[in-house]
Design a protein around this ligand. Structure first.
Ligand SMILES: *[C@@H]1O[C@H](CO)[C@@H](O)[C@H](O)[C@H]1NC(C)=O
Ligand SMILES: *[C@@H]1O[C@H](CO)[C@@H](O)[C@H](O)[C@H]1NC(C)=O
Length: 389
């Protein structure tokens, strides 16, 4: 059960917010008990994982897979002290993490939004942790960031009521964009910004090859949203998961986001503005294809077929239908809504038997709800969201 959505909304949006806002999760006993869709839980505990959750890249979908993994194995999650982000857009610091719960010796998972600072993460997470992140086509990412954060990122805010805001921004970005404003991190090269690079300047300089190599050393796997299933199978090998544990539905998608046509000129302008994201994406796309080659094309092809069959079956079992807008989703399953885009959610097929219901419920549970739920489970108290800065 969620309440105070509006004050949370205000809290997230405010640039400097001292308002108190609480995001409540009341215990839902319907979610106790067994909940695997099928089969046994995999035996040995999974490795420790840091997932750097980039913005508007499909990262909520992988986060949900990892939330479920953590819940299934009773893993200890490193949560932010306030809200569901590690004081974003500040660079991550060990001090942003909620202390360990009583009895826990270490954190196993760290999955919430942050701006990468690898040295600080290593102070918090065990040395053997796997580092994962996800990148998406920079044109798609920027379109999505622009739609989602149009009323919150300062560089976009002036255009909130413009009839063609994206085109207007790209025509004269310098007019709206102040690189010195920390709130503008997502306004240029958002993925590079999330990965800790100084991404606000003009194209050029020779240090980027080194920075990309450095990221390639930090991350055991960089998933690519356009090849999500292939990426997921590579992640499965690293994490030692069964195929069934990869079941997912796309979370946090924007209404109309899938079939948005862009004038070719606009796509080129987005690439030029987000030049570092373009380099980052190309680099890790090549790294991914090399990994698939080493994995074996034939093996990958066979596993992709099995995964896609599993996904079809899971969706048929669990969902009442396609993803729907906020007016049609049940309160407890409605994703957080920015005021400039409608974010889609799912309803469950009515009349599911209890074990299947609890399993399917987690599959479609939006980020904030799942986060609050796991926080409550780990600390026995509600997650608190004050102050935001
Ligand atoms: C997780 O904790 C629950 C309740 O404390 C317990 O019943 C279950 O066996 C634990 N599962 C694992 C995999 O440790
Ligand atoms: C990235 O790192 C892997 C090993 O971690 C290495 O095999 C690969 O060559 C690197 N890729 C590039 C482009 O440097």
């Amino acid at each position: 059960e969620l309440s105070s959505m509006n004050s949370l909304d205000a809290c997230i949006s405010a640039v400097s917010c001292r308002a108190s806002c609480t995001f409540r999760w009341r215990r839902d006993t319907r979610l106790d008990g067994p909940w695997l869709l099928r089969g046994e839980t995999s035996g040995r505990p999974p490795p420790n994982v840091v997932f750097v959750k980039t913005h508007k890249t499909g990262s909520s979908t992988l986060q949900n897979i990892l939330f479920r993994l953590g819940e299934r194995h009773n893993l200890t999650v490193a949560f932010p002290r306030y809200t569901y982000q590690f004081a974003y857009p500040q660079p991550f610091a060990a001090a942003f993490v909620e202390p360990l719960p009583p009895g826990a010796a270490r954190y196993n998972l760290l999955l919430s939004h942050l701006r990468l600072a690898a040295g600080e993460l290593r102070q918090v997470m065990p040395p053997d942790s796997l580092y994962l992140t996800i990148l998406r086509d920079p044109v798609r990412t920027f379109q999505s960031v622009f739609a989602y954060y149009r009323s919150t990122v300062p560089a976009f805010r002036a255009l909130a009521n413009h009839p063609r805001p994206l085109a207007a921004f790209l025509q004269a970005p310098a007019r709206y964009y102040d690189p010195a404003d920390a709130g503008n991190g997502l306004a240029r090269n958002p993925m590079a910004f999330d990965l800790g690079l100084e991404a606000g300047g003009e194209e050029g300089g020779s240090q980027w090859d080194r920075e990309l190599e450095q990221l390639n050393q930090t991350f055991q796997l960089v998933l690519i949203a356009e090849h999500f299933d292939e990426s997921l199978l590579l992640a499965r090998e690293l994490l030692g998961l069964r195929l069934e544990e990869l079941a997912y539905v796309w979370l946090n998608a924007r209404r109309g986001g899938g079939d948005e046509a862009l004038a070719p000129g606009l796509a080129r302008q987005i690439q030029a503005w987000n030049w570092l994201d373009v380099q980052l994406y190309r680099y890790f796309q090549a790294v991914l294809w090399r990994r698939v080659e080493l994995y074996g094309y034939t093996r990958m092809k066979g596993e992709l077929e099995a995964l896609r069959l599993l996904l079809r079956e899971t969706r048929e079992t669990c969902l009442a239908g396609e993803a729907v807008g906020p007016e049609e989703t049940a309160d407890e399953l409605r994703p957080w809504q920015p005021d400039t885009a409608a974010i889609l959610g799912y309803n469950l097929r009515p009349g599911l038997p209890p074990a299947q219901h609890t399993s399917c419920y987690r599959l479609v549970l939006p980020e904030l709800q799942y986060h609050a739920r796991l926080y409550y489970r780990q600390y026995g108290r509600e997650m608190c969201a004050l102050p935001c800065d």
